[in-house]
Design a protein around this ligand. Sequence first.
Ligand SMILES: Cc1cc2nc3c(=O)[nH]c(=O)nc-3n(C[C@H](O)[C@H](O)[C@H](O)COP(=O)(O)OP(=O)(O)OC[C@H]3O[C@@H](n4cnc5c(N)ncnc54)[C@H](O)[C@@H]3O)c2cc1C
Ligand code: SF4
Length: 457
Amino acid sequence: MSNSKNDSKNRKSGKQAGRLSEDQIKENFSDMHPPLTASQAYIEACRCYFCFDAPCTAACPTDIDIPEFIKRIQCGNLKGSAHKILEQNIMGGMCARVCPTEELCEEACVRNTHEEKPVAIGLLQRYTTDEVIEKKVPLFNRKPTTGKKVAVVGAGPAGLSCAHRLATLGHQIKVFDRNKKAGGLNEYGIAAYKVLGDIAQKEIEYILEIGGIEIKNNFQLGVDLTLDQLRDDFDAVFIGVGLVGVNPFEIPGEAVDGVADAVNYIADLRQADHKSDLPVGDKVVVIGGGMTAIDIAVQSKKLGASEVTILYRRDQANMKASEYEQHYAQINDVKLRFCSSPKQILSEDGHVTGIEFDMTEVDPDGNVAKTGKTYRLEADVIFKAIGQTLLAEHLGESAGGPSIEDGRIAVNDERKTSLDNVWAGGDCVAGGEDLTVCAVQDGKLAAQSIHTYLQSA
Ligand SMILES: Cc1cc2nc3c(=O)[nH]c(=O)nc-3n(C[C@H](O)[C@H](O)[C@H](O)COP(=O)(O)OP(=O)(O)OC[C@H]3O[C@@H](n4cnc5c(N)ncnc54)[C@H](O)[C@@H]3O)c2cc1C
Ligand code: SF4
């Protein structure tokens, strides 16, 4: 990534649009893992040992039969290969781009023990699914209509996966989403360099091709209608609302220009026609230790910030972002600083100028204690990437809503909530992994359980 303008001695502090040219930004945001050509895909497919009881399949949260889909690439049967993937994971196109494969299927690949590199499962998955999604190749048939109606709240990976499976089984689905566009974080959250073009919307178009799914946008549960109304009007309800609340910072001085929520900025970035129009800080500080912190930091750098630092209150071993993600941030010139807990925001005339941190130490049980030492960093933009929360009040928590556990919806193994005809899945449920692929699996499991319920109702 070239940042020639960053070297300028005349850089302006504060938020500025156009720190880099649109062409430079395009180059910086080029595909993180470019797609395979046909011959590369064939050669990569030939590296697979086609293991019996394949560990990669066991490591995939959606149970894709990985050796079988790879074998079909080797035989030139791309349609059959895509079918193997999409029958288990209808969002296999997005997952191929966003799954942390280094911690899932590719980590389990036996090639890791013999050689240095696992089979590139994610790229092979992308190779085959792109073809059918792009050409809208029909791979699934809808069963005769059952006359049963299901409401799905949230058009993110969990909701759309549930909707597709239920539609395939012949039920009629209405999806409600508070956003202008469907897709949830696939459309508004995932880093722009992982999902180039309009793959998120193309995948949704592919999903809707099955028929029997209607999406109603700009419609918010808890505002435009209640869960009780949905439970009365539909035979079953699936809740896949994700986490749209933001954890408060709760440090003095927060309410000044330049302190922003990372997820909102990432959404603006994903929706921008011209990324060079987005205002970017020169010295950017990111508070947090997860994937969102890495994404906002790397993207700030790619937009032209000269100094980007992620600060995390625990030590590196406790950071939620994987080693791979930390490495990716570092090779993009993002600094990582640990054991630093935000103490107060510094500002002048209503604009942020810096931040003061308490230095901390972490004991072997992960408890954090302040050391009594502090330090300051200059900043013209500070991003909060300290996690999202469930807006439980939208579910009618105090008036007969589903049971809540650790701030999220409690579900059983079939993703059924405490309420009679209500299921839930994805980020909004307790005990999950907060990954796209896990949300897709939740939606699928819930759909199977809803189908069984509807058959006996
Ligand atoms: C910045 C960021 C980057 C990420 N990067 C990755 C990544 O690289 N790889 C990965 O695997 N995972 C990543 N994740 C996590 C992943 O995006 C989520 O785990 C996944 O999107 C969860 O899907 P979901 O359907 O549960 O929720 P969401 O995708 O959040 O979708 C929820 C939907 O519900 C709608 N909604 C919310 N409330 C209401 C309401 N009251 N009424 C109607 N509709 C409502 C929302 O508008 C939204 O469309 C990232 C997350 C973030 C925040
Ligand atoms: S869905 Fe994700 S984890 Fe599963 S095989 Fe595909 S890339 Fe790997």
